[in-house]
Design a protein around this ligand. Structure first.
Ligand SMILES: NC(=O)C1=CN([C@@H]2O[C@H](COP(=O)(O)OP(=O)(O)OC[C@H]3O[C@@H](n4cnc5c(N)ncnc54)[C@H](O)[C@@H]3O)[C@@H](O)[C@H]2O)C=CC1
Ligand SMILES: O=C(O)CCC(=O)C(=O)O
Length: 503
């Protein structure tokens, strides 16, 4: 190499170095200098794709870059992308006002820790099986990681990350000190014997135990994980560690559980709905309600609807739905609880009961109603379903399940001024009472049913108020509770992350 070329090469390297240093320095400064607000002019600047270069990039352009990078990093995680994109759209007005939050948001998209492990177990016939276990410890800015475990054949890293990401903001909304996490396995509990369920839970905990603890990470239930599974998981944790401590929630009431935890997600959903209706001069009494699902959340949602004088018309499972013209009665609900929780059977087995119409392979969203409460699983309401709801008179949707409405369905709610209670606000009652279970464990005390229920009602009221306030500050309109929930949940976590430095 001649001297001229060497000189030129060194010069170019130095220029790139100085450029990169200045860029990262600028990024750093944005995050730590929280008091510097952007000027009116800079927040209003519109960006075209052409303008999208490092130093001209406004909030929208920077956000697009963050989303692009996230997708490139994990191209196959569709559910996670969906959850993040929904949140990011609603946070843009906040980022435009306070650009310190952008880099925090970027950091928030990367889990603090994502664990994947082998779960080998044996069935009753002596056959060996291998499943995959996951625990994503997403964010601990405001407290120990907290969130459920899902056992379902569809579970993969994308599902666990979408659920864990939602959990960060949901837990923040509860006002309790809980970070976000989620876990599970692609194990399918359907058709397994009690002994097989126990074998699997023991195998799962024999790895998970080393990563969790009452001040570090506190799992609970979700789809396919109820009181029975929490019992087997807790028993194994105790056997390995010799510690009797609040490492899981949803425990049995005789061994550290909280009263009302089984009911909490369904009850909390109806409390949130009731607050949302009252704020819009409506009531629940006499309203016809479509409920999907027939598991933990759906069952107690129907129970609370009956308490408050509404008329639940439907319930469903993965093979179809039941419609009851005059409304599901307490007696029928009791039968469904026994069918699902004890016999572990299908709703189709009720098809011969005279007052029930069973619709095989369908979802309930085509029926006439006032209110829809999806309580089964993600993306169970699509564009066609949402259009059918609107056409058939539905004026409110509140989500018991996590992310049950796909983005098209959400757009339709918005365009038609449907009162929409998004999952991370409306179904936060479950994790809120899990937080109360943790408090009772720490205090070594048990609160009464009435005490816990009163706290749950207050928490759901506060969550509704927080989502309402943030909606009127940053939302597209005063009933944009989706934006309200995302923004109210995000600010608390983001401020805590900023306070704790770049970790
Ligand atoms: N258990 C809890 O405390 C909380 C649960 N959730 C969410 O609520 C939803 C329901 O959970 P759980 O009731 O706890 O579970 P679960 O296991 O008790 O019941 C799940 C229900 O969903 C139905 N289901 C599952 N996949 C389906 C599909 N593809 N199509 C139609 N129905 C289907 C099942 O048949 C069952 O009725 C999930 O989205 C979960 O993430 C949200 C907050 C807390
Ligand atoms: O109670 C908990 O920790 C779990 C609740 C949960 O998984 C959820 O809110 O989706």
């Amino acid at each position: 190499m001649n001297k001229k070329k060497l000189f030129f090469g060194l010069g170019a390297l130095a220029a790139v170095g100085i450029g990169a240093f200045t860029y990262f320095k600028l990024k750093d400064t944005k995050e730590t200098e929280s008091s510097k607000k952007p000027t009116e002019k800079s927040t209003k600047k519109k960006t075209t794709k052409k303008q999208c270069k490092k130093f001209e990039c406004n909030a929208e352009c920077q956000l697009n870059n963050i989303i692009k990078k996230m997708k490139e990093r994990d191209p196959n995680q569709n559910e996670f992308h969906q959850a993040v994109e929904e949140v990011s759209k609603t946070l843009l007005p906040l980022f435009e006002k306070e650009d310190k939050y952008l880099s925090v948001f970027e950091r928030m998209l990367e889990p603090e820790r994502a664990l994947q492990f082998r779960v080998p177990w044996m069935d009753e016939a002596g056959k060996k099986h291998i499943n995959r276990g996951f625990r994503v410890q997403f964010n601990s800015a405001i407290g120990p990681y907290k969130g459920g475990l899902r056992f379902h054949p569809t579970v993969n890293l994308s599902i666990v990350k979408f659920l864990g990401f939602e959990q960060i903001l949901k837990n923040s909304l509860t006002t309790l000190p809980m970070g976000g996490g989620k876990g599970g396995s692609d194990f399918d509990p359907k058709g397994k014997s009690n002994i097989e369920i126990m074998n699997f839970c023991r195998a799962f905990m024999s790895e998970l135990y080393r990563h969790i603890g009452p001040n570090c990470d506190v799992p609970a239930g979700d789809i396919g994980v109820g009181g029975r599974e929490i019992g087997y998981l807790y028993g194994m944790y105790k056997k390995i560690t010799a510690q009797n401590e609040g490492v899981l929630t949803g425990k049995g009431r005789n061994w550290g559980g909280s009263l009302i935890r089984p009911e909490a997600t369904g009850y909390g959903l109806v409390y949130y709905l009731d607050n949302m209706l009252q704020a819009n001069n409506k009531t629940l009494k006499g309203k016809k309600v479509l409920v999907s699902g027939s598991g933990n959340v759906a069952q107690y949602c129907v129970e609370k609807l009956l308490d408050l004088g509404a008329i639940p018309l439907t319930m469903s499972d993965s093979t179809g739905y039941i419609f009851v013209e005059g409304g599901i009665t307490r007696k029928l609900l009791q039968d469904i609880m026994t069918l699902k929780n004890v016999k572990r059977g299908r709703l189709s087995s009720l098809s011969k009961v005279s007052e029930i119409k069973y619709h095989d392979g369908k979802r309930p969203w085509g029926e006439e109603c006032d209110i829809a409460l999806p309580c089964a699983t993600q993306n169970e309401i699509n564009k066609e379903d949402a259009l059918a709801l609107v056409k058939n008179g539905c004026f409110a949707v509140a989500e018991g399940a996590n992310m049950p409405s796909d983005p098209d369905a959400q757009d339709i709610y918005m365009k038609n001024q449907i009162l929409y209670g998004p999952a991370k606000a409306a179904n936060a009652g479950g994790v809120a009472v899990s937080g109360l279970e943790m408090s009772q464990n720490s205090l070594r005390m048990n609160w009464t049913r009435e005490e816990v229920d009163e706290k749950l009602q207050n928490i759901m009221k506060n969550i509704f108020n927080a989502t309402q306030q943030a909606a009127s500050l940053y939302g597209k309109n005063d009933i944009d509770y989706l934006a309200g929930a995302n923004i109210a949940g995000f600010i608390k976590v983001a401020d805590s992350m900023i306070n704790q430095g770049i970790l």
